[in-house]
Design a binder for this molecule. Structure first.
Ligand SMILES: [Zn+2]
Length: 159
């Protein structure tokens, strides 16, 4: 990420400061929408048109310095927001890296599980073979017993 855009773009503070309204608060720049003065900038009470707050009737047409001052404030605010965004981006990047690490760990565990699974399958197959072996030897043993019984029977009968 490039941080060149952050190079503290020197915003020189205009010498004049914003006038205060009758509430002793810095007046805010607004634009007229009357038919006589459409779009003309003026300074008014910051609390005007805000719900529930008392406001004063301060009014002054803005001169170029007032507008410059307002632009300066906006620029400062924009720079602050940009810095916040850069911080947020860094945070997101950090989280992405953490997530990637976790994904890698999960993948490793998956591979381990797969190999364990394979091991279990091998052992199961071996067990099945052993079982078959046992079954075979049981059948042979029964056959042997049957032959012994027949042999003894034959001896007894032939006497
Ligand atoms: Zn006021």
């Amino acid at each position: 990420m490039s941080s060149s855009s952050m190079s503290s773009a020197s915003v020189s503070n205009p010498s004049q400061s914003t006038p205060l309204c009758f509430c002793e608060v810095e007046a805010t720049l607004k634009y007229s929408n009357t038919r006589r003065n459409p779009g003309r900038a003026f300074l008014g009470c910051r609390k005007y048109n805000t719900e529930g707050l008392p406001y004063c009737k301060f009014f002054k047409w803005a001169n170029s310095q007032d507008i410059e001052q307002d632009l300066f404030k906006l620029k400062k605010e924009l720079l602050r927001k940009e810095a916040d965004l850069v911080k947020m981006l860094k945070e997101i990047e950090k989280r992405e890296i953490e997530l990637q690490k976790k994904a890698d760990e999960i993948e490793k565990k998956e591979i381990l599980l797969a190999s364990i699974n394979e091991e279990i399958m091998k052992k199961e197959w071996m067990l099945l073979q052993q079982e078959a072996e046992i079954k075979r030897s049981r059948t042979l043993f029964r056959l042997f017993l049957a032959l012994v019984v027949i042999f003894i029977f034959y001896i007894i009968v032939s006497k």
